[in-house]
Ligand binder design. Sequence first.
Ligand code: ATP
Ligand code: MG
Length: 557
Amino acid sequence: MSTKTDVKEEKKNLNFIEQIVMGDVEKGLNGGRVQTRFPPEPNGYLHIGHAKAICLDFGIAERFGGTCNLRFDDTNPVKEDVEYVDSIQEDIKWLGYQWENIYYASDYFQQLHDLAIRFIKEGKAYVDEQSAEEIAKQKGTPTTPGTNSPYRDRSIEENLDLFERMSKGEFPDGSMILRAKIDMAHPNMHFRDPIMYRIITTHPHHRTGNQWKVYPMYDFAHGQSDYFEGVTHSLCTLEFEVHRPLYDYYIDQFATDEYRPKQREFNRLNITYTVMSKRKMLQLVQEGLVRGWDDPRMPTICGLRRRGYTPESIRSFINKIGYTKYEALNDVSLLEAAAREDLKPRATRVCAILDPIKLVITNYPEGTTEDLVMENNPDNETAGTRIVPFGREVYIERGDFREEADKDFYRLSPGGREVRLKGAYIIQATGCEKDAEGNVTTVYATYDPNTKSGTEGGNKKVKSTINWVDVDSSVEAEIRLYDRLFAVENPSAEEGDFRDLLNPDSMKVITGARVEKSLADAKPGDKYQFLKIGYFNTDLDTKDGKLVFNRTVSLKG
Ligand code: ATP
Ligand code: MG
């Protein structure tokens, strides 16, 4: 039994949209039912902004024992494609959500068309033959009324005839539109005779083919679709708040019962150093400015997945930033922090050397190797251990050796300090070999056999520990390091072409890196922490013995 205080407590933990829904359920609105929908237009891949809507739509249905449907808002054949329909389903499932039903706004084309005819018959709609520019000029401003179209008062018969002929494809695209006849002086600009239908004859629809020559506008389709489906809470982003009265108006014109879907709005997700618009992302893809929708620099769900983000890390980020009534710009470092937190106990810790130089341990017996036992993840008891081969020759990072070193350099230098090879022995550099240009090619060192990690001598403390991989057993890898896609914090707020704001150094590809043997069989999606370097995801390009890793995020923000 829950008491009044329990309910109060519970309410405090809900976001403001959940509180609204809870209030509605308590009041028994629409029979106390909760039904939501996630309504993407299949004109691009989902981005992390959509994840915010998905978490709310599906989350609310889950929390209140309701249902959430996936509805494709496919009312504009010019930009839509089945490729997007498929990817959207894949991404929602990957995020961990399951819809009750899949619907398409295009399933309602007949119903909507019938409704449009009913509007015409009731004197609530007319066909306007003016150009888009003329219509725009007549809109007025929020403080001055608009001007009536000269076609506003044509007869019902003429409107019916024209709309029928529009629907048959007798007129070219853009030559006329069907408008609602409401009020050109209405204080809400969206009521100034909004467009209901437009002609599109030039593009077949991805589901209905060439059956339709006229297509409903968002405002005329969305609320009606919600109503047809029985949606109780139609959640969308803040820019639709001004559309809400029109959403209600259209439904009021034909609804035959008490039931009403309720539109409520929350803030869009915006993240620093990226763009969150399908139109802009499509441009980046089409112009080859990124490697595809799933380029790990993209804010798309598939890009983040390829980068190494898990569904849990994305959901945890969305949960942390929350839902408000005010637009904001969230710092990308919050997203990165969520990835680190999630990957820390999950990612196996291994050695990778990005810029290898060979190190020969001259006093280590030739022709011998030993198997060292390494912990897979000290932050995860269940992660177990693995065997890492160690021998006379290893690769170390070029930067971990200096021929001439000052007292502040704690790593390898001839005659300098003792250094521990991670999980192995303490060594001391004795010299090096260089090529004609003076680049170091081989470092020489000696080791102390009594300092093996995991033995008593392993406790000997030294100032620094460096990474290594065994020369014989390690494997080559390509490593892709990513930086911000854009050079400015809020590219959408800048004037000019957003493409000029791309960060020219957003991707660095390192070939010839070496990773330890245990990574030889890494499969796309396998996640690692490369010690000292960051969290990495095995890339989709990994195949036939070629290893590719993406840096998800560095170890520290
Ligand atoms: P874009 O401008 O990127 O094309 P959109 O709003 O046109 O986005 P839709 O496919 O129409 O994309 O969006 C489906 C749902 O996702 C809508 O309910 C929309 O409000 C929501 N949504 C889209 N972008 C964001 C965002 N950045 N943050 C939160 N919700 C979003
Ligand atoms: Mg849209």
